[in-house]
Ligand binder design. Structure first.
Ligand code: FAD
Length: 466
């Protein structure tokens, strides 16, 4: 006999499922009962419980509450329907030598099931899960994987709810991060559905190089290498003109750069150029507005993997300059705000230690390896769906929210009065960017506006000013 920590799953919380679960629990076997319906049976259905079933209940230590709730019958007779006369009967006491229960009981099914469920709950709380329908299952060597539809199904998140909770989310961020709102809401909805622990896929893209932006880093590094001898001041100035779309202006980083690799990181990751930062921050903070520190930070990590190939270096940078300081930190703060424990399963140290030494040519941009590994325990339809599905990012419709649902909130936050009293951001520069965003979103990009809004609200909520 093999032992396992996984519970035995009983499908269906009818009389048979509940009695089976009582038996398993009586033998100390961890058990869970999944019942599709939202409640136990409401129909009378089966009404009589015979001797042998009472013996089974007795073996499982559950006969007493059932007997208490039922009507004992010691004589079973027959009536002639036409005349209403008895045509004979048997006394169940005839079974006295056979059983401890020489009688039958009468209890309608909709009364029996709650008695059994209460007894189960008393002995093993939480065993019965209503509104859990088994959709499919897969057998594998270690057990069975069940695929259940649960009460929660798809959840629609209204923008008005996001607006109402925005201050709490920004407060919970603990630092003015541009990320984290999606983790805040997933954690909140999970907590509302009664969950305490959630699994997260964070780290998968960093380990397997799943980000499409990887290609850009490669191209930008090549451009920066080519543009290295060009004079940064002259060509940089040509590109860094406020009227140009930001994605063009960022390319000024690639010209005359000391380190083409670090320059490509800057060009992909930054939200504001030095000149913007100097203008956006209030005079009291203006002298902090340059990227030297960010560049130093990226150079530090980049130097550690100087000898590796490009893919390996990119994965390393993603892990140490994006995943660790930003994604994981934000996820931790946001999930803790709702008392949800999140486990990023791909970052299990055994998996990471196993994967990182695998050469980048095999590992990177090979999330297919994950599918292959999961083949034996994923149902075929899910596997087919995952195989054909394009990468889906989990991004909120910020563009729509900013121009519609959150427009007034943001407009007020960017008002001269509010910015003036906080003295962190400069009204003129913020207002200019905000107006340009409202006129034509693509020229500014939602993440730049959102980052300024979070910074302003965070400073207000935390009462931070220079
Ligand atoms: C209208 C009617 C009248 C009856 N009258 C009598 C009678 O008078 N006397 C008598 O002895 N018997 C009667 N029966 C029969 C009796 O109800 C059944 O024998 C008894 O319910 C069987 O118990 P069970 O636990 O095996 O199945 P059920 O009671 O049917 O329980 C099965 C449970 O599994 C759940 N389930 C099904 N699929 C899934 C899934 N995919 N995932 C999760 N949960 C799932 C269902 O919602 C259900 O609650 C009657 C039945 C009916 C329908």
């Amino acid at each position: 006999m093999t032992t396992s920590h996984a519970p035995v799953a009983v499908i269906g919380g009818g009389p048979i499922g509940l009695i089976t679960a009582l038996g398993l629990v009586a033998h100390g076997v961890p058990t869970v009962v999944f019942e599709a319906d939202a409640e136990l049976s409401t129909d009378t259905k089966a009404g009589t419980v015979l001797t042998r079933t009472l013996e089974v209940l007795d073996r499982y230590g559950a006969v007493e509450p059932v007997l208490e709730a039922s009507l004992r019958i010691d004589e079973i007779g027959e009536l002639d329907r036409a005349t209403g006369q008895s045509t004979g009967s048997v006394l169940t006491s005839a079974l006295i030598e056979e059983t401890r229960f020489p009688f039958v009981i009468n209890i309608p099914q909709h009364e029996l099931e709650p008695v059994l469920a209460d007894e189960l709950e008393r002995r093993a709380p939480g065993t019965l899960r209503l509104r859990h329908r088994l959709e499919d299952f897969t057998e594998h060597a270690g057990g069975v994987t069940l695929h259940l539809s649960t009460p929660d199904g798809p959840v629609t998140l209204e923008a008005s709810r996001v607006a109402a909770d925005l201050d709490h989310a920004i407060w919970a961020l603990d630092q003015p991060s541009v990320d984290g709102l999606n983790s805040y809401w997933i954690s909140k909805l999970a907590a509302e559905a009664g969950f305490k622990v959630a699994l997260s896929g964070q780290g998968g893209d960093e380990l397997f190089g799943g980000y499409p932006s990887l290609a850009w880093f490669g191209r930008f590094t090549a451009v920066a290498r080519w543009a290295r001898p060009l004079p940064a001041t002259l060509f940089g100035r040509v590109l860094d003109r406020p009227a140009l779309p930001f994605r063009w202006r960022k390319l000024s980083y690639l010209i005359g750069a000391d380190d083409p690799f670090v320059a490509s990181q800057m060009a992909v990751k930054i939200l504001f150029l030095d000149r913007d930062v100097a203008g956006l921050l209030s005079p009291a903070l203006g002298q902090n507005g340059h990227h030297a520190e960010a560049e130093r930070h990226l150079s530090h990590w980049s130097r550690l993997v100087e000898q590796e190939d490009l893919l390996e270096r990119l994965a390393f940078m993603d892990i140490h300059t994006h995943l660790e300081p930003r994604l994981l930190r934000d996820l931790d703060a946001m999930s803790m705000a709702h008392s949800i424990e999140v486990r990023p399963v791909f970052l299990d140290h055994r998996l990471v230690e196993f994967l990182l030494p695998v050469p980048s040519g095999i590992r990177i941009q090979q999330k297919r390896l994950l599918l292959d590994a999961a083949k034996s325990f994923l149902p075929r339809n899910l596997l087919e769906d995952l195989e054909t599905r394009r990468k889906r990012t989990f991004t909120f419709p910020f563009k729509r929210w900013i121009t519609r649902d959150l427009h007034r909130t943001m407009q007020e936050a960017f008002s001269q009065r509010r910015l003036g009293s906080q003295q962190v951001l400069e009204f003129g520069a913020v207002d200019d960017l905000w107006r340009r965003y409202v006129r034509s979103e693509p020229s500014v990009g939602w993440s730049r506006i959102w980052s300024l809004f979070v910074l302003q609200r965070w400073c207000e909520i935390m009462q931070v000013s220079p």
